[in-house]
Write a protein that binds this ligand. Structure first.
Ligand code: BES
Ligand code: ZN
Ligand code: ZN
Length: 507
């Protein structure tokens, strides 16, 4: 458990194992927020800067041992150039600092606010706590020998430069802690291997969380899904012995306010089905429920922050496996909407869950805004790589909100077009629509498929997180993001959806 406090006091008076200071590369001589501290140190910081040992380059860090003042050590962190300063750099620096603190077995650390950095105090404190908590994440549940918990960092002090900003820093810090804890919970869900994360187990986890957070929840079982007529979703589930589930959660933060519907793909393992994946492609498919996990994390964060808004979260859950009952290429399915679908490839299963879940959400909950999030296409990785999620929408206003949310929280998105001409790639000879549109524009044609199930006039956006929801060691080498894990679930989508929903809160 991580605790935090915000105090307004001179840096040199803060009793701490480790005080984090930051310096801009292009303002080494101008930095004055730590002058009084350095005076107490007899100019030690000035000398180390003068000597060139501290240059302020981004990611550079230098440790200084002190005596006779409050902080026992000072960790000098480079911020790079002032023009490149961003909230995301605060997250990175906080992550690297907390990991350094953990390495030297400090149970507590202090960090100054970023008052001299042209950033809103609440936002900066939020970014600090996010960086600390996201950066310290590890998944060692199944290791017999765990790292010694008595040596973990468990307390962070944010030192405010003046009394007036303490309240804002406090609010921001607590919000950042909530958001990061929710994202870390999502990482835990994603990281569970498929034998420990079946649709039933996911639904139980959601149940426990909903009870704790006071969110209304309903779990639809196979019979109820059949009664709803979810022929597309259920076709995917046929090949598995694990029964499918659909979790529906409702958060009512303000009667009469907007209702946002969030739908998340929850394939707890995607073997590809009869169009089976090669082993290299199947390896990380335990993470194919990252959309559902992010949906759960987002509604939890929204409830924790008590946003005055309404949210319905829908999570269709199944495995995509092979047995004697599994669905097959060329099968024709009848979706909940009544539209018939010709299955071209059983590995394009995500859209089959989502189309029925979208129909369900619109029919029973009539959201003002509908968004779905899914590890839907490998093509999203080809198009945008491993740090940017794809957004496709019928409402550019939603794109603007998602873009702004992504820039703010470091979970970036970029838009791909939904031009009508792509619909011709999905024309079927025998059914209303084909499930796959061929090799070209795979992320787009998947979204065009989903759009067929979005009602006229319904404001809707689709987020493809196939590239961003899971980190791999080889990719971490060049992504170099200190608050993302080197391997496994990133929690992507949780904070993005939170800030997206928050953008609808009326002041
Ligand atoms: N879950 C996969 C998409 C995916 C790929 C997620 C790589 C994460 C990393 C999805 O169900 C899938 O298999 N999509 C196919 C669609 C194709 C058959 C049209 C794909 O992307 O190859
Ligand atoms: Zn698939
Ligand atoms: Zn899948």
């Amino acid at each position: 458990m991580m605790d935090l406090q915000v105090v307004a006091k001179p840096l040199q008076e803060q009793e701490t194992e480790m005080l984090v200071l930051t310096v801009f590369e292009d303002e080494l001589k101008k930095q004055d927020y730590f002058l009084a501290l350095d005076e107490k140190l007899g100019g030690k910081i000035a000398r180390i800067i003068e000597s060139g040992e501290v240059q302020g380059k981004f990611r550079e860090f230098t440790i200084l041992h002190t005596e006779g003042i409050g902080p026992k050590r000072i960790l000098m962190m480079g911020l790079g150039k002032r023009k490149d300063f961003s909230l995301d750099r605060i997250r990175s620096i906080a992550a690297n600092s907390s990991r350094y603190a953990r390495r030297i077995q400090a149970k507590e650390m202090a960090i100054h606010d970023f008052a001299s950095c042209d950033v809103n105090p609440a936002d900066s404190a939020e970014a600090i706590m996010e960086g600390v908590l996201l950066g310290m994440y590890r998944f060692d549940k199944y290791k017999s020998k765990k790292k010694n918990p008595s040596k973990l960092l468990e307390f962070v002090t944010v030192i405010a430069s003046n009394e007036e900003t303490v309240a804002a820093l406090q609010a921001g810090a607590h919000k950042g802690k909530h958001l990061a804890e929710c994202a870390n919970y999502v990482r835990d869900l994603v990281n569970e291997p498929a034998n420990y994360m079946t649709p039933t187990i996911f639904a139980e986890r959601a149940q426990t969380l909903a009870e704790k957070a006071g969110i209304a929840i309903k779990v639809l079982d196979q019979a109820e899904l059949e009664a709803e007529g979810m022929g597309a979703f259920l076709a995917v589930a046929k090949g598995s012995d694990e029964p499918p589930k659909m979790v529906v959660m409702e958060y009512n933060g303000k009667p009469g306010a907007k209702k946002i519907g969030i739908v998340g793909k929850g394939v707890t393992f995607d073997s590809g089905g009869y169009d089976i994946k090669p082993s290299s492609g199947m390896l990380r498919m335990y993470g194919d429920m990252a959309g559902a996990a992010a949906t759960l994390g987002a509604i939890h964060a929204i409830a924790l922050e008590k946003l005055p808004i309404n949210v319905v979260a829908v999570m269709p859950l199944t495995e995509n496996l092979v047995n004697g009952k599994a669905f097959k290429p060329s099968d024709i399915l009848t979706s909940m909407s009544g539209k018939t679908i010709e299955v071209l490839n059983t590995d394009a299963e995500g859209r089959l869950l989502l189309c029925d879940a979208l129909t369900y959400t619109q029919k029973h909950h009539k959201p003002d805004v509908l968004v779905d999030i899914a590890t839907l296409t490998g093509a999203a990785i080809i198009a945008l790589g491993r740090t940017v999620s794809a957004v496709l929408t019928n409402d550019d206003n939603l794109y603007t909100r998602l873009y702004n949310a992504g820039e703010y929280c470091g979970e970036r998105v970029w838009q791909l077009p939904l031009y009508d001409e792509f619909r011709s790639q999905l024309v079927s000879d025998v059914a209303d629509i084909e499930s796959v549109g061929g090799r070209s524009a795979g992320t787009i044609t998947a979204a065009v498929f989903l759009k067929e199930f979005v009602d006229e006039g319904q404001s809707w956006a689709h987020i493809d997180i196939a590239g961003t929801s899971l980190m791999e060691e080889e990719i971490a080498r060049y992504v170099k993001n200190p608050y993302l894990p080197k391997e496994g679930g990133t929690g992507t989508g949780t904070r993005l959806l939170y800030h997206f929903v928050e953008s609808f809160v009326e002041a």
